[in-house]
Design a protein. Sequence first.
Length: 103
Amino acid sequence: MAGRIKIRAQKKGNVTEVKALMRHPMETGMRKDQAGDPIAAHFITEVSVFHGDQPVMQGHWGAAVSANPFLGLRFAGGEAGDTVRVVWTDNQGGTGEGETTIR
């Protein structure tokens, strides 16, 4: 499952503010479907944010994060026109990636 990510990055003084919305079901593995069968766990386990080729954030998530998670962060530096990329991996081997330029 290749997931889409909507990203915005904006320069505010010496700081770049990044906002990302990731499409993912984030199933905990605790729910059951209408037939009473368990729904398999399916959640993002790792999220990374890159400014150009340099990592600026790496997070490890679990089943407690809500569906279609939102990530907001700020990092020092960055210039208008630079590239920001967000990448995630889930517990089933799926990945998602999105990229934008700093405004």
